[in-house]
Design a protein around this ligand. Structure first.
Ligand SMILES: Nc1ccn([C@H]2C[C@H](O)[C@@H](COP(=O)(O)O)O2)c(=O)n1
Ligand SMILES: [Zn+2]
Length: 161
């Protein structure tokens, strides 16, 4: 008889997004994203980080002060990195992301042809950015589904062999 408590596709791909987030150097918020084709193949993955060539130890990671002395003008968001890291045709793909996309990422998601967004955290839900994202997703027929945050994925390699 087959195992019953295996991961669902949604748990599996949001799990990959979380694993990717662990690569982020952002001391406050680590975000991961994973793009999946209609036939359940991973075609892009990313996390929030600095662009290539921008030294993690030289650029700021703070949140306050003069804008140019904070991380905000420099960090590439997880969703955009997942799109840019993919060489595939992203039309009709699903994007799994640990945090609901901002309006800038929403534009890139729509333009890439992604038609479904699955997210876990919506702590920014009432921000102007998230409101704009929803407005654009609705207009562009991109669906967005919140996953219940009830899965703690604990991977103990020795237990799995
Ligand atoms: N959907 C999102 C939202 C935010 N990010 C990144 C951008 C920053 O590195 C960090 C947010 O920083 P905070 O203001 O919470 O300290 O998360 C992203 O990649 N995707
Ligand atoms: Zn964004």
């Amino acid at each position: 008889m087959k195992r019953e408590n295996y991961l669902s596709w949604d748990e599996y791909f949001i799990g990959l997004a979380h694993l990717s987030a662990l690569r982020s150097k952002d001391p406050n918020t680590q975000v991961g994203a994973c793009i999946v084709s209609q036939d359940k193949k991973v075609v892009g993955i990313g996390y929030n980080g600095l662009p290539k060539g921008c030294d993690d130890d030289e650029f700021p990671w703070g949140k306050v002060g003069d804008n140019l002395d904070t991380k905000y003008p420099y960090v590439v968001h997880a969703e955009l990195n997942a799109i840019l890291n993919s060489g595939a045709d992203l039309r009709n793909c699903t994007l799994y992301v640990s945090l609901f996309p901002c309006n800038e990422c929403a534009k890139a998601i729509i333009q890439a042809g992604i038609t479904r967004v699955v997210y876990e955290c919506d702590k920014n839900w009432t921000s102007d950015g998230a409101i704009a994202s929803r407005k654009m997703f609705d207009a562009a027929c991109v669906t967005y589904d919140k996953l219940p945050k009830r899965y703690t994925i604990h991977i103990d390699i020795e237990d799995n062999v």
